[in-house]
Design a protein around this ligand. Structure first.
Ligand code: OXT
Ligand code: ADP
Ligand code: MG
Length: 576
């Protein structure tokens, strides 16, 4: 029905939302349908968007987060109210923690009923719950406001430090109608959503002066540097300065891990020895021992090491969060790095040879030691002999995406498998969270179209394992390798009470995860040797078929919590 003042053509909340996303070049939605967004998923698909439908919202959310990291556009996750929203919230919060841009759009119950707590279907004050857990949260009540709502969500997710944004859409919004022409006019194409932030010239000079005087400089590249897509300039900065660099896990491949200036294999040497450390998109959080203590050459865990930091970051409040930052360089990484390069001029002296050759000596020793270990072929297969295979496969397929989670399965993969190209490695990130595996894999395949290799601990895989159905449904080129040691960390723990239950960290022995993939029409392979693993991985990559390789490894091989054993609280002196 139309009245005199309306044009005959009407639109509604559903279509305006879809149009607002498409207008901003967002063409993929990671979703799980249900009331009140079922029709939205159908219509979005009908309007030419890619709608990837998941089995659990956390994985749809993780996929959106990974898509955001890879593309510098906010990934979209769409969920139903209360329980669906809550399932997606972990991913939204994790994305915010990781500084990945995403938007969680959730249907919600009617405001009037929620606010009076009258018991609506899936009633929950979702906006209030989301607010402290993400970067920004908005609600749109009227169809005519969705253009502004999407624009604000995009700007909030992308500008400054990227992060997760929540957009609350009560059920009534979707069916609201309005004049189509007026609706079209109400939409906003966001101009320059992540404006460059040019560093102040004096802060560039301060950083250069510090670098120039350094005897033992070190560069640490973090996942912010990978996100920034300033790959050529970052490489130029490293090479022009001649400074050894350490990539954090998701910055691996920004320069090939085989680069002569990579100090990965000399980590425990360069951190305490360096006198000037330049952080590029990396925070001094737990992964870097907060910049203090023995890791950095200090005496006790709280002892500030005797060194100066330069920190390149887009967030002006990041500096001094843990230790004093002598030269904060605030701006976007692309602008900061190019300003440094310009300031270095053509006669910049490379890092002192005494330092670089000392680093090289340590590093080569460690690499030789690692090569010896990798050359062994023990029976049963262990992390090293299995990952030596993965290392070769990734070397032969440098464009492949690598997803990685677990404890030992994570830590050994990080140090054994070299990466050759930027943004090819996705992992547990700042929280060390399990459950990103299949969601990240789906996004990696959908966004890049390249083969995906997911190296998973058997526990880690369990958090998102049901999404192998999603992988099969969309026929994605994902090869999941489960390093199966029958449990969390290892499979040999015992029940200390002597009862019939197995220990809390132990799983069903000899589990056949490969059968899960077969159940949905994918390829399942059970392997026990490196030769079998190699053949199965090669076949998976060549065929592009969804594949799950159950790689049985020595159940005694792992250590508690992998490389972060020291973070486990120690028992007090109470012994039975
Ligand atoms: O210099 P040194 O001599 O020290 O040597 C270092 C390098 O120099 C050297 N290296 C090399 N050598 C030779 N060649 C090369 N190329 C080379 N590269 C490096 O190797 C060593 C190590 O180098 P690295 O790794 O760089 O150095 P380091 O000191 O380890 O770095 C410190 C860190 C902190 C940066 C690093 O360790 C790191 O990034 N760690 C991340 C750890 C992490 O996030 N772990 C995940 C969480 S563990 C735990 O929480 C788990 N849970 C609980 C749980 C979680 N997380 N989430 C949720 C939602 N619920 C519960 C669970 C359930 S893990 C887990 C499951 C575990 O079981 P699985 O079955 O899945 O896995 P398995 O363990 O396999 O059974
Ligand atoms: P890692 O875990 O790899 O050490 P972190 O997640 O701790 O990395 O740090 C990433 C940092 O990068 C964050 O402090 C974030 O503010 C910053 N960052 C993200 N994107 C940019 C960008 N485009 N320019 C500058 N800094 C950025
Ligand atoms: Mg395990």
């Amino acid at each position: 029905m139309t009245n005199d003042t309306q044009s005959p053509v009407q639109t509604d909340g559903f279509h305006l939302l879809i149009d607002a996303l498409k207008l901003n070049d967002i063409n993929t939605i990671f979703a799980l349908p249900g009331i009140p967004i079922t029709d939205l998923t159908r219509m979005a698909q009908g309007e030419g968007m890619r709608v990837i439908s998941f089995r659990h919202e956390q994985h749809a959310g993780n996929a959106a987060a990974a898509a955001g990291f890879l593309t510098q556009k906010p990934g979209i996750c769409l969920t139903v109210s209360a329980p669906g929203f809550l399932n997606g919230l972990t991913a939204l919060t994790n994305a915010t923690t990781n500084c990945f841009p995403m938007i969680l759009i959730s249907g919600s119950s009617e405001r009037e009923i929620v606010d009076l707590q009258q018991g609506d279907y899936e009633e929950m004050d979702q906006l209030a719950i989301a607010k402290p857990l993400c970067k920004a949260a908005f609600r749109v009540l009227n169809a005519e406001d969705i253009g502004v709502g999407i624009a604000r969500a995009i700007r909030s997710a992308l500008s400054g430090r990227p992060g997760g944004v929540y957009l609350d859409l009560p059920a009534k919004f979707f069916a609201q109608t309005m004049d189509a022409e007026a609706g079209k006019k109400s939409l906003i194409k966001v101009v320059d959503p992540a404006p460059r932030q040019i560093p102040a010239p004096d802060s560039v000079q301060r950083a250069l002066t510090l670098l120039k005087g350094a005897k033992r400089p070190l560069i640490i590249l973090g996942k912010g540097a990978a996100y920034a897509q300033a790959d050529a300039d970052i490489r130029a900065l490293v090479e022009k300065s001649g400074i050894p660099y350490l990539p954090m896990s998701m910055a691996k491949g920004l320069l090939p891990d085989t680069h002569e200036q990579s100090a990965s294999a000399a980590r425990s040497y360069v951190l305490p020895e360096a006198d000037v450390v330049m952080l590029v998109g990396a925070r001094l959080n737990w992964l870097l021992s907060q910049g203090k203590g023995k890791t950095w050459g200090g005496n006790g865990p709280k002892d500030w090491a005797d060194k100066s930091f330069i920190q390149i970051d887009i967030s002006p409040t990041e500096a001094d969060s843990n230790v004093a930052i002598a030269a904060p360089l605030i701006g976007d990484i692309g602008s900061c790095v190019s300003a440094l390069l310009a300031g270095m001029g053509s006669s910049w002296a490379k890092a002192p040879a005494e330092w670089t050759s000392a680093v090289a000596e340590r590093k080569n020793k460690n690499i030789a030691k690692m090569a010896e270990t990798l050359a062994k072929d023990p029976s049963p297969m262990n992390y090293h002999s299995a990952l030596a295979v993965v290392r070769d496969i990734v070397k032969a397929n440098p464009e492949a995406m690598l997803v990685n989670e677990g404890a030992n399965a994570l830590d050994f993969t990080r140090s054994i498998v070299d990466m050759y190209q930027p943004r090819k490695r996705l992992d547990v990130g700042t929280w060390g969270i399990m459950g990103i595996g299949m969601g990240f894999s789906v996004a990696a395949a959908v966004v890049t179209g390249k083969p995906v290799i997911a190296i998973e601990g058997d526990s880690a895989f369990g958090f998102s394992g049901m999404e192998v159905e999603t992988i099969c449904r969309y026929n994605l080129p994902v090869c999941v390798v489960i390093l199966n040691n029958n449990g969390i960390y290892k499979g040999t723990d015992v029940n200390r009470g002597g009862g019939a239950d197995v220990a809390p960290t132990v799983f069903v022995k000899g589990a056949r995860y490969d059968k899960m993939m077969e159940a949905f029409g994918g390829v399942g392979v059970h392997v026990t040797t490196p030769q079998e693993l190699s053949a199965a991985m090669k076949e998976a990559i060549a065929s592009g078929k969804p594949t799950l390789i159950n790689a049985v490894i020595d159940e005694t091989a792992g250590t508690e919590s992998g490389r972060i054993t020291s973070l486990n609280p120690k028992t007090a002196a109470i012994k039975k």
